[in-house]
Design a protein around this ligand. Structure first.
Ligand code: SAM
Ligand code: SF4
Length: 507
């Protein structure tokens, strides 16, 4: 029996028809340049080969360009990719950390992944949700079940921001996505001193048409993420069967162009590391960022660089063909920060706590915590298992709670920001690009970070975290007084209102 509000099951024939109509060739061809796409594999290989022996003087010049928050060229990026000398690498890491501080100060954004269904018509060789994986238990959450997930996420853990994840299937089509975003946004839960809710829903879903993306813009989507998986087309076509929607490399490559046209101007790029040479993937991400900047004046809001994790009954995920070592992972995080200096960078709980600690200072700005990726897993009080292999896409490396992560960050001097004001005040797309490049976004963000951090402490923190958090807040407030005296009075007033139980105040 279907749960209340659960999406109706789609008959086989209708499902096949849905699959056939998904790709709109005209919404690919209009972006091609004389039939060619913006990923020029030969040029990427050539840039990598030509810059294989980087000169220290040149590397230092390039670092100055990153410090000026300018996007690097392919040749410059290829040069950084090849640095082997430990001293020069350390200089690159220091500069990456400096760039991050200049753009984002000491703020870290936290979020939770929320998987709403694992039905999928595709057959990606690395994914536990692929259609041919018979051992996966399939489920799509109905609206009541989603409300229960949000009650835990926003009412017990204290998350304000989600990445909501969907397979590609007619049962979880754009109408389902739109309805789920509304449902999530409507849940308000009483907390210790105020109330909790999800204020920003980023979405990770399959590529869509411009018309569908307009629907999501209307309901108020946050960042729209589509990972290209691999920019190397022959590898892409081998791992994504050609008789599936996902098999179309170009439909996916131009997903963000269509998003921009639909006014969804916060977009998230990503490559799934392990499918092909990471050096090529970093260059692919850079080409993608340069293309979006050139065509729309807006680069990626975020870049993700997940490594393949083991997935239930999925041999390729157990043994990725181009496994990325921890050392190479740290290098590529450093290079991405330097090459696209304004972008947000996401390090997910796929990675272990130890590695996340190491790469965070190299340039990452967002991380998830208290994460569960089983369908319905947050509200599932019967199971103590954080990991449920046959119900999730892959296994997690870091299962620490949000509170533990926040406390550790605060001890290291980083403030967890739950600010979601940016897109609600129209600070997205071109506007946010300008603010990030000039460091001005930081002004509003600092005020909002302190207020939202205070909200979280008052509503969710235990005594130890509270003490560490209050010390950090005192330091931040002193800085605000010194650096932004013109805002101080207004800020203190919002702070006191928050302390008294007001919620969701922002600048
Ligand atoms: N189904 C949509 C799609 O593929 O575009 C979006 C959701 S998919 C569940 C989100 C991302 O998970 C994929 O883009 C892929 O990069 C990543 N992923 C898939 N299998 C993975 C694995 N075994 N380990 C780590 N990440 C994986
Ligand atoms: Fe489906 Fe996405 Fe998994 Fe591919 S990665 S099988 S499209 S859920």
């Amino acid at each position: 029996m279907l749960a209340h509000n659960e999406p109706a099951q789609v008959p086989q024939g209708d499902c096949a028809r849905w699959v056939q109509d998904r790709i709109k060739p005209a919404q690919i061809e209009k972006y091609l340049d004389q039939g060619r796409c913006f990923i020029d594999a030969a040029a990427i290989e050539q840039a990598l080969a030509a810059n294989a022996q980087p000169d220290a003087g040149r590397v230092r010049e390039i670092l100055q360009k990153s410090l000026a928050i300018e996007t690097l060229t392919p040749d410059e990026t290829a040069c950084l990719i090849h640095v082997q000398d430990p001293e020069l690498l350390a200089e690159m890491q220091d500069t990456a950390a400096q760039v991050k501080t200049n753009v984002y100060d000491n703020r870290i954004v936290t979020f939770a992944p929320l998987y709403l269904g694992n039905l999928c018509v595709n057959n990606c060789a690395y994914c536990g949700f692929r259609d041919s994986n018979d051992s996966e238990q399939r489920r799509v959450l109905g609206m009541d079940e989603i409300r229960r997930e949000i009650e835990v996420l926003a009412g017990q853990i204290g998350h304000k921001r989600l990445i909501v994840v969907y397979g590609e299937h007619p049962q979880t089509d754009v109408n389902y996505i739109a309805e789920t975003l509304k449902t999530i946004g409507d849940v308000k839960v009483k907390t210790r001193k105020g109330w909790g809710s999800i204020r920003r829903c980023n979405v990770n879903a399959a590529p869509m048409s411009i018309e569908e993306l307009k629907v999501l813009h209307e309901v108020g989507i946050g960042t729209f993420q589509v990972f290209q998986e691999t920019y190397h087309r022959p590898t892409y076509e081998r791992l994504h069967p050609q008789n599936t929607i996902k098999g179309d490399y170009l439909w996916r490559l131009y997903a963000m162009h269509r998003a921009m046209e639909a006014d969804v101007d916060d977009v998230g790029l990503g490559a799934l590391l392990g499918l092909y040479d990471w050096k090529f993937e970093v260059m692919g991400l850079l080409y993608h960022a340069i293309e979006l900047e050139a065509r729309f004046g807006i680069g990626p809001h975020t870049i993700s660089f997940p490594r393949i994790e083991p997935a239930h009954n999925t041999p390729l995920a157990q043994h990725p063909e181009h496994r990325v070592s921890d050392d190479d992972f740290k290098r590529l995080v450093t290079v991405i920060r330097l090459a696209v200096p304004y972008t947000g960078m996401i390090i997910t709980a796929r990675e272990t706590a130890e590695l996340r600690r190491e790469v965070l200072p190299l340039g990452c700005t967002q991380l998830d915590a208290s994460s569960k990726i089983g369908i319905g897993a947050y509200a599932d009080q019967e199971s103590d298992d954080v990991q449920q292999g046959d119900r999730q896409q892959f296994l997690l490396g870091d299962t620490r709670s949000l509170e533990d992560v926040i406390r550790e960050l605060a001890e290291a001097g980083c403030i967890t920001s739950f600010c979601t004001a940016g897109y609600r005040c129209g600070r997205t797309g071109k506007k946010i690009m300008g603010l990030l490049r000039t460091g001005q976004e930081g002004q509003f963000c600092k005020l909002n970070a302190v207020i939202t951090f205070k909200e979280w402490l008052d509503d969710f923190a235990g005594p130890e975290t509270m003490a560490v958090g209050e010390t950090l807040i005192a330091r931040e407030m002193a800085q605000i007084k010194e650096r932004m005296p013109e805002f101080y009075e207004q800020f203190v007033s919002a702070y006191h209102k928050t302390e008294a139980g007001d919620r969701d105040l922002y600048f």
